[in-house]
Design a binder for this molecule. Structure first.
Ligand code: ARG
Length: 409
């Protein structure tokens, strides 16, 4: 054990989930790294767990202090809402529900480390995933002097061995048989991996889902809803003005009931591994869809086009761990500058796994002009000017076509 290099660490803040693996990290940090004080931090991100129980569990596992932080409001306001403005979908599919939580947790780990004068932070991520990258990069950005300790990347224990190790220090083995899946949950959604899902051709079994109903169980009749936006942020659903957290909750419930928001994809992880991922992110997907639709009527064509490039890059950066970085700040400055005109409402029909846009309007920022678009009475559009426009628009193509038809003979 290479514990010697870490011997100077006296106090560490550990990102704690309450699971066996992070519980085992506590005695492991104390015994193998010789750290005297392990302070745990659990983030409330709206995952709906009994956090007091988890807090106690950390103390029972040997933590000297166990802290719970309610991060739900900042999670929605500072992370989910910017993602909606960015229409962020990694690989055009995944709205980053797990990825968005990591820099926020990291920020809190660093803040606590400062408050209690810790010299290191720790997390229980393994070496195969994206989350370790996101934690490490965010911690390095916010607390470059802090050491990062990652027991699960260093111990060579199987899960069974980890359980035996924990039992030696009074950490009870899990009572129920562990679910074969690896699941990450927060208010924005659930990420489900492993078990039979590792065969990418196997359909995801129905019992892995908890926020979305199957299309067989969803209502037979469609439900029409309207989502209202102000400056690119959702502010209400069906004329009811709601707080950011309430919007996400309501969007989750509406979409989820109709079975919208499931994603089954092959994902390109930062570490070069392709993995099969199942997500259910009903509210976030619905809000991104509606937001993008409203942009189609309120933003200029060149802005929409260029924003698409920025959105793709924003999603990649966040996925890959660069939340606290200069390019993200610059992209966000651009995105913010486009959102002052994204005001209006979008009408959506929810039915049997679908969320279909059926209308959109903006009172003061619509670039849609019915008098120009109309096929009926024509009094503002001059048809004859189109000829001159097309003459020049197609000039280069015509020259190419003439040259080619000559060389063919
Ligand atoms: N692959 C997803 C991501 O990188 C989710 C990872 C979630 N973690 C888990 N234990 N299932 O954002």
């Amino acid at each position: 054990m290479e514990q010697i290099q870490m011997q100077q660490v006296k106090k560490v803040v550990l990102a704690y989930s309450g699971g066996v693996d992070t519980s085992v990290c506590i005695p492991y940090l104390k015994n193998e790294y010789g750290i005297s004080e392990v302070v745990t931090f659990v983030a409330d991100l709206g995952q709906g767990e009994d956090l007091e129980l988890i807090r106690q569990k950390a103390l029972n596992s040997g933590a000297s202090q166990s802290i719970v932080g309610n991060l739900v409001n900042s999670f929605v306001e500072k992370y989910a809402f910017p993602a909606i403005r960015a229409n962020a979908l990694y690989l055009d599919k995944y709205p980053l529900s797990t990825a968005l939580a990591r820099p926020l947790i990291a920020e809190n780990l660093v803040n606590i480390a400062r408050e209690i004068n810790a010299d290191a932070v720790a997390h229980g991520c393994t070496g195969k995933g994206n989350d370790q990258v996101r934690f490490d990069l965010a911690i390095n950005a916010l607390g470059p002097d802090l050491k990062i300790i990652t027991p699960a990347r260093e111990w060579n224990m199987s899960r069974e061995e980890a359980i035996v190790y924990g039992e030696k220090f009074g950490i009870p083995a899990p009572v129920s048989k562990k679910s074969p899946y690896s699941i990450d949950v927060n208010l924005l959604g659930r990420s489900i991996e492993a078990g039979i899902l590792e065969d990418p051709m196997q359909e995801a079994p129905e019992d892995i889902f908890a926020m979305t109903s199957s299309i067989y169980n969803s209502p037979d009749s469609p439900q029409d809803i309207e989502i209202v936006f102000k400056n690119g942020f959702p502010v209400g659903i069906n004329d009811e003005f709601l707080t950011p957290v309430e919007i996400i909750q309501k969007a989750n419930n509406l979409s989820g009931a109709h079975g919208f928001g499931r994603i089954d994809m092959i994902e390109d992880r930062v570490v070069g591994i392709k993995s099969r991922e199942i997500y259910e992110t009903p509210g976030l997907l619905l809000l991104i869809k509606a937001h993008k639709e409203l942009e189609s009527i309120t933003l200029n064509p060149d802005v929409v086009d260029f924003k698409g490039i920025v959105e793709k890059k924003w999603g990649q950066l966040v996925y890959q761990g660069f939340w606290f970085g200069p390019l993200k700040d610059s992209l966000e400055a651009f995105i913010s500058s486009t959102q002052t005109s994204v005001n209006g409402r979008v009408k959506i029909r929810l039915h049997k796994g679908n969320a279909t846009v059926i209308g959109r309007m903006s009172e003061n920022n619509s670039l849609y002009r019915e008098d120009l678009a109309t096929y009926s009475k024509d009094d503002v559009f001059n048809h004859s000017l189109a000829e001159g426009f097309i003459y020049m628009w197609g000039m280069s193509n015509k020259i190419w076509a003439e040259l080619n038809s000559k060389t063919k003979d």
